[in-house]
Design a protein around this ligand. Sequence first.
Ligand SMILES: Nc1ncnc2c1ncn2[C@@H]1O[C@H](COP(=O)(O)OP(=O)(O)O)[C@@H](O)[C@H]1O
Ligand SMILES: [Mg+2]
Length: 158
Amino acid sequence: MREFEVQTAASMQDLGERIGRRCRPGDLIVLIGDLGSGKTTMVQGFGRALGVSEQITSPTFVIARVHVTDIGLPHLVHVDAYRLGSALEFDDLGLEADIAESITVVEWGEGKAEQLANDYLIVQISRADDGVDETRWVEISAVGDRWTVSDLDLIAGP
Ligand SMILES: Nc1ncnc2c1ncn2[C@@H]1O[C@H](COP(=O)(O)OP(=O)(O)O)[C@@H](O)[C@H]1O
Ligand SMILES: [Mg+2]
């Protein structure tokens, strides 16, 4: 587990970019955090790392969006599971994408997305509850063998 103090939205994107650079096809990242905690902001950094040129916004109403990257595959699949009542079934999303060839990131994925892969990264974002301080605390933990200590070290960055 790694913990990060993230003071601005730009630094949240930078952290997302560092995670995105370590990603490869088939990866799953589960994002946990309240509304406004910075989940979508982090995904914008993933997009930067993967060469997504379009703007990344919340897929709250469409549930999922596939972003084509500048090298074709892998695609970035961005899911908002908030309105899903049960476990997320990738096939039910009806996307022109395959989880094995994509990097899949699921907002509100806790308890819904974990069964999509054996190995995944859990990113939990929280903020001070005084409503004034914009600092976010980000905890990153790995489930399975895919994400090694050295991956996490590289995400922590210099
Ligand atoms: N330290 C920070 N980290 C992330 N977002 C921040 C931070 N400080 C301010 N913000 C702002 O908080 C909002 C987070 O929104 P968003 O990323 O859509 O959250 P979520 O997807 O978790 O609902 C954005 O408007 C962002 O600019
Ligand atoms: Mg969001």
